[in-house]
Design a protein around this ligand. Structure first.
Ligand code: TMP
Length: 235
């Protein structure tokens, strides 16, 4: 497998072509941003942690019938993935109120929700990834109605699996963001990462935050929290 030119650089990852048109290499970075790039920094060791954690969780999800873009881990920061076209949607699930939901709706952080909330944002940095819903997504041709229902069904199944998985590790899965892509043969698969950058993880016993809110809110012990989450996932 030959790593060819970079085709994309995001806030936390770089994507490279390979000599196989159906495969990409994704390289995870230590760079961290918050507030759509308003706050910038680095979290030492984050690239390695997020790559390893995503690979472990994706393998577990695959074993439970969720199709993902992951082929295999290549190195500490790199993974080999199926080439996909990402739907321009941030798919968010909330089990407990926190973050932007608490601010927008006036519900205190920590309020347990009666049902999980399936939330969508349109990936558009110029407009700060605005909140939309499934009708917007279809009307704006971000996906078809059928793709939307597949995405929703997969997302709620992923939430059930992840909630139970993290609970076993003493972690309350408060909320998370995932993305989906379409492979060259038209299959919808889970893509992007599942890590402390993209989830809120609260220790079940102490309520301690083990995720990027420590960076967003200048709480300190950021690297330690990321390390602790990798330890809980990989044992
Ligand atoms: P929010 O409360 O700021 O809307 O975030 C909800 C969840 O989504 C939280 O776990 C963090 C994650 N998230 C991302 O991964 N990327 C983003 O750009 C945003 C806004 C949130």
């Amino acid at each position: 497998m030959k790593k060819l030119e970079q085709i994309y650089e995001g806030k936390a990852k770089k994507v490279f072509k390979t000599d196989d048109p159906d495969l990409y290499i994704i390289d995870y970075k230590d760079d961290a941003t918050a507030g759509n790039g308003a706050k910038k920094g680095t979290i030492a060791g984050k690239g390695v942690i997020n790559n390893k954690m995503t690979c472990s969780i994706y393998k577990m999800l695959e074993s439970k019938g969720i199709p993902t873009h992951l082929v295999k881990m290549l190195s500490d920061t790199e993974q080999l993935d199926k080439a996909v076209t990402i739907f321009p949607l941030e798919v968010i699930v909330r089990n407990t109120a926190a973050g932007s939901m608490s601010k927008r709706v006036g519900v205190p952080e920590g309020t347990v929700l009666t049902e999980p909330i399936f939330e969508l944002s349109y990936k558009n940095d110029d407009y700060n990834d605005p909140l939309i819903n499934d009708d917007y997504a279809v009307a704006l041709n971000l996906c078809t109605r059928d793709e939307m229902s597949q995405i929703r069904e997969m997302t709620l199944k992923i939430n059930d699996i992840l909630k139970a998985y993290f609970l076993e590790k003493g972690v309350n899965l408060v909320d998370f963001k995932i993305e989906f892509g379409k492979t060259n043969d038209g299959a919808i698969v889970l893509a992007d990462e599942i890590s402390p950058d993209t989830c809120r993880f609260w220790d079940v016993k102490t309520g301690e935050k083990l995720d990027k809110d420590r960076f967003r809110r200048d709480m300190g012990n950021i690297e330690e929290a990321y390390q602790e989450m990798l330890k809980r996932v990989d044992g």
